[in-house]
Design a protein around this ligand. Sequence first.
Ligand code: ATP
Ligand code: MG
Length: 435
Amino acid sequence: MSPEPRRERQDEEVRFRFEEDEEEEREHRVPPERYPIELDPAHIDADAAKVVQRLVRHGYEGYLVGGCVRDLLLDASPKDFDVATSARPDDVRTLFRNARVIGRRFRLVHVLYGGGKIIETATFRKNPAPEDKVTDDLLIRDDNVFGEAFEDAARRDFTINGLFYDLERGEVLDWVGGMPDIKARMVRTIGDPVVRFLEDPVRILRAIKFCARLDLGIAPEVYDAMVSCRGSLAMAARPRLFEEILRLMRGGASHRSVWLMWETGVLDVLLPELSSYVSDTQEEQGSTWALFSAVDRETKRRGRPFDDIVLWTVLLLDPMLEACQGATDRVETAFEFLEPVIDRLSMPRRIADAVRRIVAMMPRLEGGRPGRFSRTPLYELAQDVALLTRSARGLPPAPGPANAERAEKGADRASTDHAHADRPGGSRSRGKRRT
Ligand code: ATP
Ligand code: MG
């Protein structure tokens, strides 16, 4: 058979499929639940509001979406403000002088404002039907295709992340059942949790992040799916895992995050070195758990997260020190310990080398004998680690010029550490781990 007629037939089939799909979509399109809610304008980023207003003035749909709507409804402060619109990327760019189109696979627009602020403005998109993912010359290869608002809501991960806010009318538009979950303070996937976690296993870590950071519950079937799908994390893109673990550590809820990772068995997959260590660790002063509480306490006090090197050192410190105990060559032992972690999570060499050096120096730092190390750029970060280990033991920062201010502020706080209060559910005891 010559290639021409075959191609024509395929063309025809695809055309019919698209027409059928569109018809089906029209049938499935349901109006959203609308919730009149006047969000305090003082809490809404004025530039994000400007972006939405200009889109709407030019006849497009434009909404605040995702994390910012969730955080505002939960009385938390949003990290950034995202906009979703019916306007195509090129249309958005022509509306804003200060805009640039980014991304190759899915193009979205960054509208830039002073102080490096970016309002990410994305055209509504939908998840393609499974058969559209088939690689074929005539079919869409991208994961992303433009769609409508209701489809854009459905492609998101959790119901609390799928809400749209109409600034003009002061209404939350809900196609995914997000508002009841906001009210119940509950993390629930949009659709079958097993399907959604297998589609993108990083969502398991995102569930942990929202639960820990915003103090939310997890719907039981979602929790069960986190447990049963945890093995799929080993197949996820390693740099995304590396970054998502850092996000868990940065947000001021590292204790709760690690505890949930441990309880769900996620920690066995991502950091078995830490998992087996904490399984044998009691919740007491000076323990790894107390160290995570110290990270959270200090992060809140400083109002900004610790450096990535400090956070990775803290995560691996106790298991690494244990491995190094009695070793003749501590640097070599630390090296061997980290190799599988580097491989499993694509940890950049720069970070791994720094972690290794800080851990190897810890006994000297704690003994107040940093020597030449005090003249290296890592010294400041190592001081942060030392501050956290002391705080975990209920001790004030070690005296010294760099720590004078810390000593004043940290002393009494360090001794009032109630690590248990940081756990999700408050009273769940270790040992109830689900496997
Ligand atoms: P944060 O406050 O940590 O930024 P966020 O919810 O805003 O939380 P982002 O990573 O900024 O998270 O993503 C913005 C929005 O994009 C999310 O609210 C969600 O609707 C959607 N999203 C992000 N990651 C995924 C994913 N893996 N799968 C589906 N939707 C996602
Ligand atoms: Mg965000």
